[in-house]
Design a protein around this ligand. Structure first.
Ligand code: ZN
Length: 208
């Protein structure tokens, strides 16, 4: 018999577990953001040089870069706005799960088929990402959760668009390519803005 089966967690404690904010100092946030963006360059280098010797193996580095980028961009804002730490998992899941559309488009669980499509599916677009985030927000009734999902999806399609073959602006364009330094520069600014916003807010709180 499980001794803990009859113990009920008070609803207040449940709420606390679910919405416990992530507390990090500004230097900690900046350090994690730096590591996250360094990993982007590392993965890109690895993909370009097929560092694992086979494309089917090396391509697995890409989901890591997507998850790390989504977390690096949303982390400063999750800390700054005192959002639940579980939102980091939400960002990671959104950045990862969008690639399920490759399996659907390829109609196969074969990795070779999924990575050899003529182009990425239309679900890799800003329009689809926005629609998916809105639907998710309506389902969970949390605007902040929807915004975190939206940003995570945008980081994904933005990173994919640096390699071309991404219908970023669908239905206006079938494929859009953006320069890699624009992509990195934009998301780095978003991440730094989150860190800086927190710093200013704390300074204002300190002076009260
Ligand atoms: Zn993708």
């Amino acid at each position: 018999m499980n001794l803990f089966s009859n113990i009920e967690i008070p609803s207040q404690m449940k709420r606390c577990i679910n919405s416990h904010p992530l507390s990090l100092r500004r230097w900690g946030v900046l350090a994690l953001v730096s590591v996250g963006f360094t990993i982007q360059f590392g993965v890109d280098w690895g993909l370009q040089h097929d560092v694992l010797g086979r494309r089917e193996l090396t391509v697995w580095l890409d989901p890591i870069a997507h998850v790390v980028l989504a977390i690096s961009v949303t982390l400063p804002w999750i800390v700054a706005l005192r959002l639940p730490r579980s939102y980091l998992l939400l960002a990671a899941a959104a950045a990862l799960l969008i690639d399920i559309d490759h399996i659907i488009a390829a109609r196969s669980f074969s990795l070779t088929a999924a990575i050899n499509l003529p182009g990425r599916p239309i679900s890799h677009s800003l329009l689809f990402s926005t629609g998916a985030a809105v639907i998710f927000g309506l389902m969970v009734r949390r605007t902040t959760a929807a915004i975190v999902v939206l940003i995570a999806l945008f980081t994904h399609v933005s990173r994919d668009a640096t390699g071309g073959g991404t219908p970023l602006l669908w239905p206006l364009a079938e494929s859009t390519q953006i320069p890699a330094d624009w992509h990195i520069g934009f998301w780095l600014m978003v991440a730094l803005a989150g860190s800086f916003w927190r710093f200013r807010k704390n300074r204002a709180e300190d002076s009260v």
